[in-house]
Design a binder for this molecule. Structure first.
Ligand SMILES: [Zn+2]
Length: 499
């Protein structure tokens, strides 16, 4: 059994969760659930980035102390993730003492290694990103992530991290480990940034009352980006030895807007402090709404609540991961959501389940008959291979397509075998057994393959197939046997919705 530590970026505590936040959690959750299906021992961590200066304004507007504000939002976020069936094992918050301890230790190790020095920063600073920007990063003189905000020119005393010293080591690491930055398009971008050369980065901000005190200088707070990245280590107990149970991380899931922090600054911070690097950083794309990146400002038109309430959490999970390629961008539209729900969930999958369960009920007294291996079983084996290849490569949308091929093949098998005709032929009893038994197996396998995407619906399906136990892992996929199970024909997984 291998160990698999997976994280998402932690969320800023300055507003409510939206679909963009949800997309990342859902995708990472599907990966975590897939690894569990593979038999891995998984540790899945999500959390909150609470030391940002950007929380002070909304906290004051709400009439709350900063700590009360972040405490309240942490509950709102975690509740949202629970309602979407996110199966995280830990929820790290950067105001927790365990995190502060890890940050202090990492800064001190880096200082001792001679990679932190005092200096003065002068340049552009985006208040929303809380990031210094270079002239070339700006679009029309503004931050590309926050085009509605003016960008300010700042001059202040800072502690600096000697990032420039790690350029060659980073380039070498990326060359030697193609899996380190993925997908490929992001790897190429990072390689190009490294080839241009790196500037040292500020790791403290002076005169900030909110944030972690900079070790050795009470007048400074640790720069929020530097502090936030360390959550991946603090969540597994760094600097205690027990962090080695999970570290190095197998996968950091992040959005493509923060690749430089995760693929350049973070590994350099780890190198500087003598800590092992994570295996892979995966940068997903964005959900667009009306052609623009879905964000807090666009959140008013499509809220997380409205999208979840449309058909429930599982269809939303399915739609997002099927529609937005995990390595790219796509539009969210209500029309597409309705179309995908009706065509794939209500028709392809829901109908298959309804028809199969009803026929087993009608022709075999609700008991799954003994069945020989059929072409449909052999097809399932091919589907599994395609599915695994997609999922191992983090191409979740392709994993869904592969699984749904099995649903379509099973529907084709019903048409071809016409069980209703076999039922009228007294000499075709054994053949009818085989057809119905093989269809039940296909449904059981679909429940397994789709469970990373729709955990709730897939356990309902498994129960409707008469099974009380939990869903099996991929190791028993080939031998999956439902003979003798008593099916429940009342189960309607995806009721058809007339618009
Ligand atoms: Zn910005």
């Amino acid at each position: 059994m291998s160990r698999y530590y997976i994280t998402t970026a932690i969320d800023y505590s300055n507003g409510d969760p939206h679909l963009g936040h949800a997309f990342e959690k859902i995708g990472a959750d599907a990966i975590a659930r897939y690894r569990r299906l593979c038999g891995d021992e998984v540790h899945f961590v999500i959390g909150m980035d609470e030391n940002s200066q950007t929380i002070l304004e909304p906290a004051a507007e709400a009439g709350l102390q900063p700590q009360d504000w972040v405490d309240r939002l942490a509950v709102v976020f975690e509740d949202a993730w629970k309602s979407l069936a996110i199966s995280h094992d830990d929820f790290i918050r950067t105001t927790e003492p365990r995190h502060v301890k890890a940050v202090v230790e990492l800064v001190e190790r880096t200082k001792r290694a001679g990679h932190i020095y005092e200096g003065t920063y002068e340049g552009y600073y985006c208040e929303r990103c809380e990031t210094f920007k270079q002239e070339k990063d700006l679009v029309d003189g503004r931050c590309p992530e926050h085009p509605d905000r003016e960008i300010s020119w700042t001059k202040e005393d800072n502690y600096f991290f000697r990032l420039s010293a790690f350029r060659d080591a980073l380039l070498e690491h990326i060359e030697r480990h193609p899996e380190f930055v993925q997908p490929e398009i992001r790897r190429n971008e990072i390689r190009n940034v490294l080839k241009e050369g790196l500037q040292d980065v500020s790791v403290s901000r002076p005169q900030r009352e909110w944030g972690i005190r900079f070790p050795g200088d009470e007048q400074h707070a640790v720069y929020v980006w530097y502090d936030a990245l360390i959550n991946y280590l603090s969540a597994v107990g760094f600097p205690d030895d027990r962090h080695g149970e999970w570290w190095p991380a197998s996968l950091h899931v992040i959005g493509k807007g923060i690749t430089r922090h995760h693929c350049i600054i973070w590994p350099a911070m780890l190198m500087a402090a003598g800590v092992e690097l994570p295996t892979t950083v995966w940068a997903h794309g964005y959900i667009h709404w009306g052609g623009r990146k879905l964000s807090k400002s666009a959140g008013a038109t499509v809220t997380l609540e409205s999208a979840t309430e449309r058909y429930g959490p599982d269809p939303l999970r399915y739609y997002l991961l099927r529609e937005v390629p995990w390595d790219g961008d796509a539009d969210f539209t209500w029309q597409r959501f309705d179309d995908v729900y009706n065509a794939e969930l209500a028709n392809d999958l829901g109908n298959l389940a309804n028809r199969t369960l009803a026929m087993i009920h009608k022709y075999r007294g609700a008991q799954v008959p003994t069945a020989e291996e059929t072409a449909l079983d052999r097809r399932a084996g091919d589907v599994l291979a395609t599915y695994r290849e997609a999922m191992d490569g983090y191409l979740l949308h392709q994993g869904i397509s592969a699984a749904m091929e099995l649903a379509r093949a099973a529907n084709g098998f019903i048409e071809e075998q016409a069980p209703w005709k076999l039922a009228k032929d007294d000499s075709a009893g054994a053949q009818l057994d085989t057809v119905l038994g093989s269809l039940a197996r296909a449904l059981g396998r679909l429940a397994v393959l789709l469970s990373p995407f729709m955990p709730g619906k897939c356990s309902e399906l498994w129960k409707a197939l008469g099974r009380e136990d939990g869903l099996p892992g991929l190791a028993s996929f080939a031998d999956l046997d439902l003979t003798g199970s008593a099916v429940d024909r009342q189960a309607v997984l995806f009721p058809k919705i007339e618009s």
